[in-house]
Design a protein around this ligand. Structure first.
Ligand code: SAM
Length: 265
């Protein structure tokens, strides 16, 4: 019997109803390629395999990875390793993938940044998060939960709630509530972007120092006054606002003005 390891965020899902909801949201078919991060003892893994899809499971815990491998399931490939350190382009060599996972909560934001960096590899994501992180992904501007991940994820995905999950659904129960979200990639970003890298830097910069004005926050994150002041003016955005009040469209117009200026330089 495996003793759950806290440092790996091991809270194993036991609730059949929640497993059903995850599987339904994933809309699997036998020709699918699926990535599961952190299969653990395999409750979700087993359900994913029932669809007939090819499953790639990445597990950091050596014992759990070994016991999954021992099952020698035809459609299952187990990689033992830290998902944050693996080369996703090399590992996910048959895109597109559906990613279905009950994520280790301590690294769920970092996993999302990796997902954003590999946008083209995924066709659908059904992911379990700690409720607070889930709220962030669903948040509206000017709310407490609105942040970098909100803006970046909502720019490239439709985000919807699949099911709320109580701690009782897990063994051992975590101290927090959870939520399963469905992320569906958009065909093109929700807002028109001239330069994706500049957009991402502006969004990161805007939230880098939440209590500062947008102007000071961007100044503190490497932009110069000569760059940002004309951009504020052209985008018609008040530089004394706080970053968290900007809508996706406003972030895009600010970033696009900066990108246009750069092209003129
Ligand atoms: N999928 C299982 C379930 O639903 O019962 C386990 C989910 S548990 C919340 C998270 C799993 O992710 C654990 O099995 C843990 O060992 C694994 N894990 C934690 N950090 C990881 C990492 N960096 N890379 C890969 N797997 C990781």
């Amino acid at each position: 019997m495996h003793r759950p390891r806290k440092r790996f965020g091991q809270n194993f899902l036991r609730d059949r109803h929640v497993l059903d909801r995850i599987i339904t949201a994933a809309e699997l078919c036998p020709s699918d390629h699926v990535l599961e991060v952190g299969p653990g003892p395999g409750a979700l893994t087993e359900r994913l395999l029932m669809s007939g899809a090819d499953l790639l499971a990445v597990e950091i815990d050596r014992d759990l990875a070994a016991s999954l491998r021992d099952r020698s399931e035809e459609h299952l490939k187990v990689i033992e390793g830290d998902v944050l350190r693996l080369d996703w382009r090399e590992m996910l060599d048959q895109p597109p993938y559906k990613m279905v996972a009950n994520l280790p909560y301590n690294i769920s934001s970092q996993i999302l940044f990796k997902v954003l960096d590999h946008f083209d590899l995924f066709s659908r994501l059904v992911l379990m998060f700690q409720r607070e992180v889930g709220e962030r992904l669903l948040a509206a501007p000017a709310t407490r939960d609105y942040g970098i991940l909100t803006v970046l994820v909502q720019t490239w995905y439709d985000v919807s709630r699949v099911v709320k999950v109580s701690p009782k659904a897990f063994v051992p129960p975590p101290k927090v509530d959870s939520v399963v979200l469905l992320l569906t990639p958009l065909e093109r970003p929700r807002v028109g972007l001239v330069d994706v890298a500049i957009y991402r830097t502006v969004v990161r910069g805007a939230f880098a120092q939440r209590r500062k004005t947008l102007r000071n926050s961007l100044l503190g994150s490497g932009w110069s006054a000569a760059q940002i002041d004309p951009a504020f003016h052209s985008a018609n955005i008040d530089p004394s606002r706080r970053g968290e009040t900007l809508t996706l469209e406003e972030f895009a117009s600010l970033a696009n003005c900066l990108a246009d200026q750069k092209q003129e330089d």
